[in-house]
Design a protein around this ligand. Structure first.
Ligand SMILES: [Zn+2]
Ligand SMILES: [Zn+2]
Length: 165
């Protein structure tokens, strides 16, 4: 849960601004394991809601699509959204509302982080992936499959017939 107290903003006149520093260590946000989340969010009181803007840096644990190893992906998140005021309806577009002066930013941040996460994350541009034969992670060294395959290819079946003569 990423809860902020927005009491002042909720009661302020339109145009009032407030900046909040975000600094979060390892945390579970929804289904994501976040290693770190930091940055600055600027809140502006509008006539009917609160505007939130800012840039956040996030490190999220994910799985490499090539070698299936767990690694931490670094993401830059640009955020611009509205937070609704007490009594307003929650919608998928506006999943966050001030309640008793507090707001839980979790659903909003989750949306933005999910958007930035690549659908096929790769641990490194040089990731060698897994051997299709034995399943070894080739980033940890070569397996024996490559050698065996080349030996087989070297002996042409036609030569094998000649050998028998
Ligand atoms: Zn990988
Ligand atoms: Zn192999």
């Amino acid at each position: 849960m990423i809860r902020l107290n927005l009491t002042t903003l909720a009661h302020a006149k339109p145009g009032f601004r407030q900046t909040v520093k975000i600094k979060l260590g390892a945390a579970e946000i929804g289904e994501l394991s976040v290693a770190c989340l930091r940055g600055e969010l600027k809140f502006t009181r509008m006539a009917d809601d609160i505007l939130v803007e800012g840039a956040l840096y996030a490190e999220v644990e994910t799985t490499c699509a090539r070698c299936l190893a767990e690694f931490v992906a670094s993401l830059e998140i640009r955020l611009a959204d509205e937070i609704t005021l007490p009594g307003a309806e929650l919608t998928p577009e506006h999943p966050v509302r001030v309640e008793n002066g507090w707001v839980d930013l979790t659903p909003l941040l989750l949306q933005y982080i999910r958007l930035e996460l690549p659908s096929n994350p790769i641990c490194s541009p040089n990731c060698q992936g897994l051997c299709p034969h034995c399943g070894q992670n080739l980033n940890h060294g070569e397996c024996d499959c490559a050698e065996e395959a080349s030996e087989e290819a070297a002996i042409d079946p036609r030569w094998q017939a000649l050998r028998q003569l």
